[in-house]
Design a binder for this molecule. Structure first.
Ligand code: ADP
Length: 748
């Protein structure tokens, strides 16, 4: 039997074999190899495999060749078998089958064949077409997980296959993938490509990919953010999983953008801002550390690079109240707005808004603040100026009263003379009216300033508001009638009880009536001024209405402010803009309200006072004291005042009333006169130079002749404390200047 034809046998073997010489020229090849590589034997034998299998256009660098060459060279060098797994090496399609290249993956085993001398003379390549394995349909099933992209790459980062999720994202079709040429690079936006090459290298050495987040580019160029993770499989391909994280990335970007916006805002606002963390010693907040500050913070506090240190390290003397305030905010979680002084810090004032950062238990506090030192100083200066103005007005009012006393006395004297000369009588009445007006203005001014200083206290009693109104009208009616005004008074049948100070309520009503008269021009005077008092629910109301010049709507609220005057409508109609301010203050002291109403200029005005009503008193009120006759029994008077005019006029007046009068202009002579003259009544001024009225009173009370005299203080200071002081000094009575002669006689 002939020896088998080994060549024929070799060529017919089912495996894919080729034999190469040391120059990698093909020496022998199996038919199966020819079929798999779409070549003809005559094209291979005697030619270098690399010439016979040129690189495909998709592998311009010839990576497939290089990998094969390396394995072949290693086999020659080492003389030992070598493996090559899943190596891509595309093959050329013959022109009659359409030309071009077909993508192929190969597993190869290279076995060195030694000659008789033991030298490696040939290499036996046993090759396996692994292309189908890469396309294994079963994998698709495993891979078809919605929302997770699965990709297989070869070692050169060309896409072998991918699942539906990937197709959806990429916009490529299964056919396009099969045709090949989609590489890692295809899906990587150009600006990331360098990084992605690095990732690929890393994968080659570690066998693992990611996880990393990266932008991924679809066919149309649109991008999405993906999370990638993968690994190289043993037999070569790389499996990679991808999850779409675009939504999360978009949210993150939005968040970053918003953070960025706030950061810019925070950096550019004028207000200082910081986040601090409170430091406790036991339960006591003793310091805080700055965690974050904005540029304005440094400017406003003068602290440089504050976040390295705590507040006490910067400013050891910083006031404890700051630590306490912030600690309270952290402990309660309630935001707090306050103004605080930082003497040790900048010597300034800060307006602060503090809020807790984080939930309960957090010691962090966010602080937003402004330097208001300049404003505080301006306010302080304004306050001082206003205080000085108030003090000035108080002094002015007080000083104005002094000259009024002698004038009033003088007028009273004139009245007692019962002058027959009509012209003089008219003049006397004129002076009397003007003095009364002046006294009223000064009284109002004094009252306003007292209210400003909180020195007015009401002497309340249960009273019928109708009685107060009736008496007030009676007091001013004659005078107003002289001016041509008429009254219509409506008081109702039922008493209207309130808890009020009758003097103060009379003042309010008289101010309103006087205004109604003053601001009603002569031409309108036939229409009466209407006053009514009525109970309305829980309120007692006083209503004063006129048909006068009316009030601009815009001014209705403002006319209650002190010193507000609408343009003078009649020269000398004479107010100084405090009547309504005073009325309002007095009404408020009573717990009531006052409002002005007018339909506009020329349409008349209406003022409404409402006071809280009171219950009817249990017992009837005591009857009013009966009027006192002006001429009483003759008494011995000693009048003491350093104001000579006041003293002389008052003495003269008293003498005209039939009394015996002595005068003194200082304390010492007053005491001497008292001893000699033995007065029954001493009218004593309080504010005298040298020995003041209090001292005179005390000394007088210590003498036998002074023990039982009626001691009357006459003073511009009619306040409650002054009354207490005069009482303590031994006075029986305290009368405010200018003392009205009727009031004085009433005492006796
Ligand atoms: P004055 O001393 O100027 O009267 P008031 O405080 O009493 O000060 O009143 C303030 C301003 O309110 C007055 O100047 C006047 O313009 C206006 N006013 C007050 N009462 C009336 C009224 N019955 N009719 C019109 N205007 C009035």
């Amino acid at each position: 039997m002939a020896a088998p034809d080994f060549r024929q046998l070799f060529e017919a073997a089912p495996g894919l074999y080729s034999v190469l010489d040391r120059e990698f020229r093909t020496v022998a090849v199996s038919d199966a190899y020819l079929r798999a590589t779409m070549t003809r034997r005559e094209d291979l034998i005697g030619r270098s495999v690399f010439k016979a299998f040129p690189p495909s256009p998709q592998d311009p660098e010839g990576k497939g060749q290089a990998a094969v060459r390396e394995v072949l060279e290693r086999a020659l060098r080492e003389g030992a078998p070598q493996m090559l797994a899943l190596q891509r090496y595309d093959v050329r399609r013959p022109a009659e089958q359409g030309g071009g290249f077909e993508r192929r993956y190969w597993n190869a085993r290279v076995t060195p064949l030694r000659g008789p001398g033991g030298e490696v003379e040939h290499l036996l390549c046993s090759v396996e077409d692994a292309t189908d394995r890469a396309h294994d349909a079963r994998l698709h099933k495993v891979m078809n997980i919605d929302a997770i992209g699965v990709m297989f790459w070869d070692r050169e980062a060309t896409l072998i296959s991918a699942n539906d999720a990937f197709l959806r994202w990429s916009g490529y079709t299964q056919e396009e993938i099969a045709t090949g040429g989609l590489s890692w690079k295809t899906f990587t936006p150009p600006e990331y490509y360098a990084a992605s090459v690095h990732e690929l290298d890393e994968m080659r050495t570690t066998g693992r990919i990611g996880p990393y987040e990266k932008e991924y580019m679809a066919k149309g160029g649109e991008r999405r953010w993906m999370l990638f993770v993968g690994a190289a499989l043993d037999d070569g391909p790389i499996v990679e999983y991808a999850i779409d994280i675009s939504a999360r990335k978009a949210a993150e970007a939005a968040r970053r953008e918003s953070d960025e916006r706030y950061r810019r805002l925070f950096d550019s606002i004028d207000a200082g801002f910081c986040v601090l963390e409170i430091i406790y010693d036991g339960a006591r907040p003793v310091d805080y550390r700055f965690l974050e500050v904005n540029p304005a913070f440094e400017r406003l506090t003068g602290l440089h690079d504050p976040t390295r240190k705590t507040m006490r390290e910067h400013v050891p003397e910083h006031e404890q109240h700051w630590f306490d305030s912030y600690a309270r905010v952290a402990e309660t979680g309630e935001p707090k707005r306050f103004v605080g002084e930082a003497k040790a810090l900048m010597g300034g004032w800060y307006e602060v808004f503090a809020f807790r950062v984080g939930g309960a238990g957090s010691r962090k506090v966010g602080v937003l603040f402004n330097d208001i030192t300049a404003r505080m100083r301006a306010e302080q200066a304004l306050k001082e100026a206003s205080q000085r103005k108030d003090e000035f007005l108080a002094t002015l009012a007080h000083e104005l009263r002094n000259p009024l006393a002698p004038i009033r006395n003088a007028v009273s004297i004139l009245r007692l003379r019962e002058e027959s000369d009509e012209a003089l009588q008219m003049v006397r009445q004129l002076i009397e009216r003007q003095v009364r007006h002046l006294v009223r203005l000064v009284d109002d001014l004094l009252d306003v300033s007292r209210i400003t200083f909180g020195k007015v206290s009401l002497k309340r009693e249960r009273l019928d508001l109708r009685a107060v109104a009736r008496e007030t009208v009676a007091a001013s009616e004659a005078l107003l009638a002289a001016g041509g005004h008429r009254f219509s008074v409506e008081l109702g049948a039922e008493p209207v009880w309130v808890d009020g100070d009758p003097v103060r309520l009379a003042q309010v009503i008289s101010n309103l009536i006087n205004n109604a008269a003053r601001y009603t021009p002569a031409s309108r005077r036939p229409a009466p001024i209407r006053l009514s008092v009525a109970a309305k629910g829980a309120q007692a109301c006083i209503d004063v209405e006129d048909d006068g010049i009316g009030i601009e709507p815009a001014l209705l609220e403002r006319i209650f402010e002190p010193f507000i005057q609408v343009e003078r409508f009649e020269a000398g109609s004479g107010g100084i803009g405090i009547g309504l301010a005073l009325a309002k203050a007095l009404v408020q002291l009573h717990g009531g309200r006052i409002s002005a109403h007018s339909e506009g200029p020329g349409k008349g005005s209406r003022f409404v006072v409402s006071l809280p009503r009171a219950e009817a008193p249990e017992a009837a009120e005591a009857a009013a004291p009966s009027a006192v006759p002006l001429r009483a029994a003759s008494r011995r008077f000693l009048v003491v005042d350093d104001n000579v005019d006041a003293t002389v006029s008052q003495a003269e007046l008293l003498r005209m009333l039939g009394h015996e009068v002595e005068t003194a202009y200082d304390g010492q002579s007053a005491l001497r006169k008292a001893q000699a003259f033995r007065p029954e009544v001493v009218l004593l001024d309080l504010g005298m130079p040298g020995m003041d009225g209090f001292e005179v009173a005390r000394r007088l009370r210590a003498t036998p002749e002074g023990r039982h005299v009626l001691l009357v203080a006459q003073t511009g200071w009619g306040q409650e404390e002054d009354r207490k002081r005069t009482k303590a000094a031994g006075f029986d009575v305290h009368l405010a200047k200018p003392v009205d002669v009727d009031a004085l006689m009433g005492l006796l």
